[in-house]
Every structure is written in C-alpha cells, then in structure tokens.
Design a protein around this ligand. Sequence first.
Ligand code: NAD
Length: 364
Amino acid sequence: MNIDRRKFVSHLGLLSTATLISANSLIGATRPKKTKLGIALVGLGYYSKDLLAPALLDTEYCYLAGIVTGTPAKAVEWKAKYNIPDKNIYNYDNFDQIANNPDIDVVYVVLPPSMHREYVVRAAKAGKHVFCEKPMAPTVADCEAMIKACKDNKVKLSIGYRCQHDPNIQAYMKATKEGKFGKVRMINSAAGYFDGRSNHWKQNKALGGGVMGDMGVYALQGARLATGEEPINVIAQASTFRPEIYKEVEETMMFQLEFPSGARAACQTSFGVNMNHLQIQYEKGWIRMEPQSGYSGNKGSMSDGTLINFPYLKKMQQPIQLDNDCKALLDGTDLLVPGEEGLRDIRVVEAIYKSVATGRMINL
Ligand code: NAD
C-alpha cells in the first residue's frame, strides 16, 4: 500500500515536472529569440552622454533601452532625445525594480569608481548582465565581491576596456605572442591628459578618484598586454604639480613593473599633462603606438615598417566594444574582458598604492 502510494506520488512528481518543462518550452517557443539586447545606462555623466549613448545608435546587437539617474531633469532630456519609455526610466532608489523589466538585458554602470560595486551587485541580483566601467573598483575585495555576485546570480560581467576590442591593440599582442621580434625587453607606457577641473570626483578619494585608477590603468594595460604577462613586482612614486587641487589623491603616478620573462616597464600617468604612447622594445625590433588609448582607434608602427593602423576603424571603439560584448551574450560565448581582467589590474593598483605608502618595492 505504502509502496503504491510512493509510486503514485513519484509519478505525480514526474508528471508535474514534465508539465512544467513542456509549459516552459512552449513559452520559450512562443517568445522569439532576441537579436538585439536592451541596455540601461546607470549614471548619465560625461562618458554616458558623450560616448556611450551616441555609440548605442551605431550598434547592431544592442540599443539604449533604459536609463538610471538621480537627476529628474536628465530623465526628461534623455527620454525626449532617445525615445525612452517612462517604464524604462529608474532612479537610484527604485533601481532594483529593473529585475521585472524584460526590456533591459544589460545594466551598464558608468558611475564614479567607488559606486561600481554597489550597482554591479544590485544589477546582478536583479538578474541582469552587467557591464562596468574602468577602473573596476577601488579595491581587490570590491572586485572579488562583484565577480562573486555575478557568478551567484548566473549573469555575465564585462569591464569597459574598450581598447582590448581594438584590432590595432590585438595586432601588437599577436606580434609578442608569435615572437615576431623576439622577447620583450623594455616598455615605456604613458597615459594622461590635462584635467582642468578642480571639484570633481577625480580629485575625491572617497569616490575613487586619483589618476592611477582613471588613466593609470591604460598605462598598466599597455604593459600587461604588450608582454602578455602579469607583473611580479612594482615600485611607484606619486606626485602632484597642483597641490592646491590634488589634496586627497595623486595627480601623477610613475611606476615600474618587472615581468616573469625579465621584461621591464616604466609607466607614467597624470592629470597634469597630455601623453598617450606605448613603446615596446623587443630583442630584435620595436613597436610604437600613439595613441595607445584613443576613442577613435589606436595607431602605431613596427620596426620592420608595418603600420598598425588596420583595419582603419570606421567606428569609434565604444560601438565595437558594445557589439562584441552583446554578440557574445546573444551567442552564449565568453566575453573578451570579464571581471577577472578588471581584478588583475586592481591587484597591481593596490600594490602601487602600497609601494607609494611604504617607499618600497612590492612583490605581487
Ligand atoms: P562624470 O562625473 O561625468 O559622471 C558621473 C555620473 O555619476 C554623473 O551622472 C553623476 O550625476 C553620477 N553620480 C551619482 N552619484 C554621484 C556622486 N556621489 N558623485 C559624483 N557623481 C555621481 O564621470 P564620467 O567621466 O562619466 O566617468 C564615469 C565612469 O566612466 C568612471 O568609472 C570613469 O572612469 C569611466 N570612464 C571611462 C572612459 C573610457 O574611455 N572607458 C572614459 C571616461 C570615463
């Protein structure tokens, strides 16, 4: 009697599972597969307004579907300009309701760095894939929490390193990998611009300011990508030309890296001067890029006369990055720049600050 009852209950279980599966597959069958993903931008400052929103008019696999802003006037302006329906406009308080919005597939966090962790975690908990601007976050612990939140919620995380999507950077990475000019010996990597502002989050420690996270990561990426290796130690010095403005954070950072192969990199970054170049000195030749991180494409040449200017970018880097990432999400393939890559940089950035604080070389 008991056995029969158990069998009956187990049959019922199988039946209800089967019913659920067939109902789900019916829903799946009736809902057409998306060919374009809806992106919601969080934080409508300079980078969202001037670069990402225009880029999203130039993409094949995604579009601007929603916005998250704390400024009602911006909501009005963006709604009119980009034809965004009210139901896709959120503020920082009701942001979590985005979980119930099927128009939004990806949340792109474009806030000051110290806010990245909170909004990446909230977006992941809402079940959305997340793109997060560089620098990933101020600390290694933040980055690890962001990666974990995305894993736990089974969503993907990409860091906005637009340059890695540029075929011109891929060209010098390939030259190193194939040993075109032998081993890498010395690298000089610089990224900076003159920032005339005096009251911005870039000068504010609590908001994740300082040039190292902002432009320094480009100088660091140049060295890491040129060698294809992770540094084993770093020594760094911070300085400032305008102490009246840079009271809490560094305006300039110089740092030297040693790589396992013996290659060495001298890197510089500053909010006080314009500079943007990468010189890779190999055993039997050199590669020079300038700019090494330009929105409309990086450029360079090799010592054998090869130009690194191909295919000359018809688009800015941002639509290329957005399309690559969204195509990967649609196809279910790996993202080119996952959270782990953002974390690799922040490990070095943390060591750089430790070196500045102690005046010593820090092993990684
Ligand atoms: P921004 O100051 O122009 O914009 C920041 C946005 O965050 C604004 O909309 C502001 O209202 C909002 N915000 C919310 N809370 C805030 C607070 N407490 N303090 C300050 N702002 C607050 O900055 P941005 O230049 O657009 O930079 C945003 C992110 O994008 C940063 O992580 C930055 O490094 C990154 N960025 C990346 C690139 C790139 O080439 N990949 C270029 C520029 C900026």
